[in-house]
Design a protein around this ligand. Structure first.
Ligand SMILES: O=C(O)C1=C[C@@H](OP(=O)(O)O)[C@@H](O)[C@H](O)C1
Ligand SMILES: C=C(OP(=O)(O)O)C(=O)O
Length: 407
């Protein structure tokens, strides 16, 4: 599906949007609910990724296909490997078979798990035969993806002796690990994170508990970008959000101050307001803690004619696509002076934006969503626009609500 986006009749936004639950929190709680049936969940993400996770958890034998969902792939690998009596082949989309999983498989094997590679060493699909795991100590590299660590932690309390992880190297995407531990704590599952060591203690059952998922901050980023690119005085109210979020992407409220966007927390809502023109002509930010908002921020800077130097982007090459290359190609088409390395992205300030450019999305929901707010500056086309359903199925409806022409 190709969508033509046109500039709003007025660049002044005044809208209210309700976003569903964080896909990261949802996929963690869905797994915990499978381990502890008296856990319930509210405001679950309506994303494809949460749906494949929920479906996958119900299967005990045969093929489990998680499509493009990285968290489902990693979390379910550890789940099936530690569930005695289950035997599955865990697979996904073509891209998923190119996203590395060797670090997690090695860690699980060293704990006694039985996992074999169906095709290529180090990559899905995986054949997993669930085993009772009694070993409890493992060390693993922490600089490639935090999802391997969260996968082990989420299943740790169901193991006879719990788990002690020693993290080797510079730990990446740390807020996602802390989110995992915070959710365990909400279920009174004891855990500690000191230096490079994380311990999770065994727990047979938990008290009945309803975990309410905060709405998705990565999805909120597209509204931050829209407000930054819209007229002064524009406002969007988003729900349901809180100031003390478990999601690292809530750093958006800090970052977007540089673009003249103010964030006010009001009960369970967040009010975004464009209160001034950008204060800087170049944004410098390390995104190692919030990799999923890199595309949004790069496009906002370009749309405002600002430069940027974004670092900490080493995980972007193994996500839904190589996001650094994809940004380089698509922003160049729009007229940006951009350069990338394998962990940084630089854009030079420029005011010209090429009109009616067709943006390729590379099976990556965030490529489609990050470029959409540019419609506040110019008309553009988004190719394969249906990719947004991976995390945000209502995205195009919500873009229409804030005034963008979408046909
Ligand atoms: O644990 C999670 O829910 C996630 C962790 C991050 O991955 P990495 O740790 O691979 O950077 C992030 O990019 C992804 O969208 C969701
Ligand atoms: C990287 C992402 O997801 P995952 O790794 O779970 O596929 C994302 O949603 O931006």
């Amino acid at each position: 599906m190709k969508l033509h986006l046109s500039q709003p009749v007025s660049n002044h936004i005044n809208s209210t949007i309700r976003i569903t639950g964080s896909k990261s929190e949802s996929n963690r709680i869905l797994l915990l609910k499978a381990l502890y049936p008296n856990v319930s969940i509210e405001n679950t993400s309506n994303s494809d990724d949460a749906q494949v996770m929920e479906k996958g958890l119900k299967i005990s034998n045969g093929v489990v296909d998680i499509h493009h969902a990285g968290t489902a792939m990693r979390f379910l690998t550890a789940y099936f490997a530690t569930q005695e009596g289950k035997e599955v082949v865990l697979t996904g989309s073509q891209r998923m078979t190119e996203r590395p999983i060797g670090v997690l498989v090695e860690a699980l094997r060293s704990l006694g798990a039985e996992i074999t590679y169906v095709n290529n060493e180090g990559f899905p699909p995986l054949k997993i035969t669930g085993k009772k795991i009694t070993q409890s100590k493992v060390s693993l590299p922490a600089d490639i993806s935090s999802q391997y660590i969260s996968a082990l932690l989420l299943n740790a309390s169901s193991l006879e002796n719990g788990l002690e992880l020693e993290l080797v190297g510079k730990i990446t995407s740390v807020p996602y690990i802390k989110m995992t531990l915070a959710l365990l704590s909400q279920l009174q599952i004891e855990n500690t994170f000191e230096g490079n060591t994380i311990k999770v203690y065994p727990k047979k059952d938990v008290k009945a508990n309803t975990l309410v998922v905060e709405s998705d901050w990565s999805s909120a980023s597209y509204f931050y970008s829209s407000i930054a690119l819209a007229d002064l005085g524009s406002q969007i109210i988003l729900s349901s959000y809180k100031e003390n979020s478990l999601q690292g992407d809530s750093v958006l409220s800090e970052i977007y101050k540089s673009f003249g966007v103010e964030t006010i927390f009001n009960e369970n809502k967040v009010v975004l307001k464009k209160i001034s023109t950008p204060k800087l002509n170049k944004l410098v930010w390390d995104l190692a803690n919030a990799p999923d908002i890199a595309q949004t921020i790069a496009v906002t800077c370009f749309g405002l004619g600002m430069g940027c130097y974004l670092t900490g982007l080493h995980t972007l090459k193994i996500k839904e696509t190589d996001r650094l290359e994809a940004l380089n190609t698509e922003l160049t088409k729009l007229g940006a002076a951009i350069s990338v390395t394998d962990k940084t992205l630089t854009i030079a300030p420029t005011m010209a934006i090429n009109k009616d450019i067709a943006i390729d999305t590379y099976n990556d929901h965030r490529m489609a969503m990050a470029f959409a707010p540019l419609a506040f500056k110019t008309s553009l086309i988004i190719n394969d626009a249906e990719v947004v359903s991976k995390s945000y199925p209502d995205f195009w409806t919500d873009m229409k609500t804030i005034g963008i022409g979408v046909v």
